[in-house]
Ligand binder design. Structure first.
Ligand code: AMP
Length: 549
């Protein structure tokens, strides 16, 4: 039965069993509102329009878009047509967008108006894209000869596609790039079966417990790992969904929670820290809201405490990766802990939690031996399961380093690059990261790229960039630079040198000048020791600056 585990029943269930349930989308002009029945009609029209543009099964359709109803429609029309949906972060710097679109060899792009300017600048460097569909009812003027068409005009002109082409569960349905380790971003592909398995896992009470009577607002971007699977899981549940639109600010989010009666929402910690600040200053009514899924970076304990105390909202702390299709563990106390006190429960919630159903894990030391589950011994977290990738797209060298063959005949293990402990109750706690990247407000900054750029400065002898803890952004880049003999350098000079090449939010918050940088036994920069000196009281790192994003 090749068609078993595909996205077809997701679409079928919402449109046939819950045709009157609402989908709400914030746009630049106000709030758009329709039902799953309308959604079904528009998805079928979009699929037909894409076919008219020559999109065939096996093609790849890229998107650069915010969380909107149109992006949601593409999430279904593309894979149900047998093509693959490749979501691209529209906030990336130009050369990353260029690399990712070309590496994936996207055939057609569906983009938000905000991304047209970027593509216009890049157009003569993009290889195979035939058509760019703009999510709106008109197309903007451009400098280049971008082949633009309007999403709404295409939909209006198309007859709804009556039936889907045959789909097989191992067909590619989704794709997302990650910058989780060194080097260029890596493509991660999701088959129909993987999305099916992950969406079902996310819906269960053991993970996020999504039900038909929930009202769900995914704030986590749709360009980031399928918006943590909400557009699929929530549709299968038949629940009302609310898309917060282009760059929503805290006032927009609180306004939507109030007006739509949102019960469940999700995003990186920075978003919810900003919402707390907004509530402090302007007030707001979160009475409908029951839970916020916080992940992508560690959820700060104080933020959890304040949402509970001040707004009666529970933070569901979740861990995951692009390679695990997002949510891989969720942290909440089990029934065994019912009698423990509040602090003990918060201790548990602050950890990354229990592995979600369907997955298996190991935590191993440098020699590959499992560490004790005592909450003290640490090692690298390895995971596997039906929603965990077993290879990257076109990256054999990463396939050789980022996976471990299983010794039990099962699937190979993904090396997460996260260093973790596991306590006696089986709760994972991520204590460090082996990956050479910085995660600021949920998005990666490559320390290697910053280091390479710094080393190219004519007055720099050595440079290294590490992640420094930051109250608001969780991590920010901090540079250590050794000037060449007799040369003078200052912080602003270094930052403006980097500003030519990188967006503002990539620039190190501070640059520390040194006579030398500590090295490991093998002569590499010793980032671990450097990180330790950042916490040294004689070298206080002052959070609060930070351009963030
Ligand atoms: P990405 O592939 O961009 O989703 O990033 C995945 C990485 O983000 C993980 O390997 C962790 O290093 C980090 N991460 C995700 N969720 C958490 C969390 N709840 N706590 C700490 N780190 C996290």
């Amino acid at each position: 039965m090749p068609e078993d585990l595909t996205l077809r029943p997701f679409f079928w269930r919402a449109t046939r069993l819950f045709p009157d349930t609402e989908v709400v989308s914030r746009t630049r002009d106000g709030v758009d509102r329709y039902t799953y029945a309308d959604f079904g009609d528009r998805v079928r029209r979009l699929a037909a329009a894409l076919a008219d543009l020559g999109v065939e099964p096996g093609d790849r359709v890229g998107t650069l878009g915010w969380n909107t109803h149109r992006h949601f429609e593409a999430y279904y029309a593309v894979p149900l047509s047998g093509a693959q949906l490749h979501t691209v972060n529209l906030l990336l710097q130009d050369d990353h967008v260029e690399y990712i679109v070309n590496d994936a060899a996207d055939d057609v792009l569906i983009v938000d108006r905000d991304a047209v300017e970027t593509l216009d600048r890049l157009w003569d460097r993009i290889d195979g894209v035939r058509e760019v569909v703009v999510m709106g009812d008109s197309v903007p003027e451009t400098e280049s000869d971008l082949p633009l068409s309007s999403f709404e005009e295409l939909i209006a002109a198309a007859d709804p596609m009556a039936s889907w082409p045959p789909l097989a569960e191992d067909d590619p349905a989704g794709m997302c790039y990650t910058s989780g380790t060194t080097g260029k971003p890596k493509g991660v592909e999701y088959t129909h079966k993987m999305i099916y398995a992950h969406a079902m896992m996310v819906m269960t009470p053991a993970a996020l417990d999504i039900a038909e009577d929930d009202v769900v607002m995914p704030v986590v971007p749709m360009f980031h790992v399928n918006s943590w699977e909400f557009p699929y899981a929530v549709t299968m549940a038949g629940a009302k969904q609310v898309y917060p639109g282009p760059s929503p600010d805290p006032a927009d989010l609180v306004g939507l929670i109030e007006s739509e009666g949102v019960t469940l929402t999700a995003g990186v910690p920075t978003v919810w820290i900003d919402v707390l600040d907004h509530l402090d200053e302007h007030g707001g009514n979160l009475s409908s809201l029951e839970r916020i899924v916080v992940g992508g970076s560690a959820a700060p304990r104080e933020v959890m405490r304040r949402y509970e105390d001040e707004h009666d909202v529970t933070i569901e702390h979740a861990w995951g990766m692009t390679e695990t299709m997002s949510i891989g563990s969720v942290s909440r106390p089990t029934s065994r802990m019912a009698d423990t006190d509040r602090e003990a429960k918060l201790d548990k919630r602050a950890k990354q939690g229990l592995l979600s159903p369907g997955l298996e894990m190991r935590v191993v030391d440098d020699g590959g031996e499992p560490v004790d589950w005592d909450g003290e011994a640490f090692g690298e977290l390895l995971v596997r399961g039906p929603s965990v990738v077993e290879s990257y797209y076109n990256r054999p060298e990463a396939d050789a380093t980022d996976f471990v063959e299983a010794d039990d005949g099962g699937a190979r293990w993904l090396r997460t690059g996260d260093i973790a402990t596991v306590d006696g109750d089986g709760y994972i706690e991520v204590v460090d990261r082996a990956k050479d990247v910085i995660k600021s407000g949920g998005e990666w900054i490559s320390s290697i790229e910053l280091e390479n750029a710094l080393m190219a400065h004519e007055d720099v002898a050595e440079a290294v960039v590490i992640a420094a803890a930051h109250e608001r952004w969780q991590e920010r880049p901090l540079a250590f630079v050794v000037p060449k003999a007799g040369r003078e350098l200052d912080v602003e000079g270094i930052r403006s040198f980097l500003a030519d090449e990188f967006p503002r939010w990539w620039l190190p918050d501070d640059v520390r000048f040194r006579e030398e940088i500590p090295k490991t036994a093998t002569g590499k920069f010793d980032k671990k020791t450097l990180r330790e000196t950042v916490d040294d009281p004689e070298l206080p790192y002052a959070p609060g600056g930070g351009d963030g994003q």
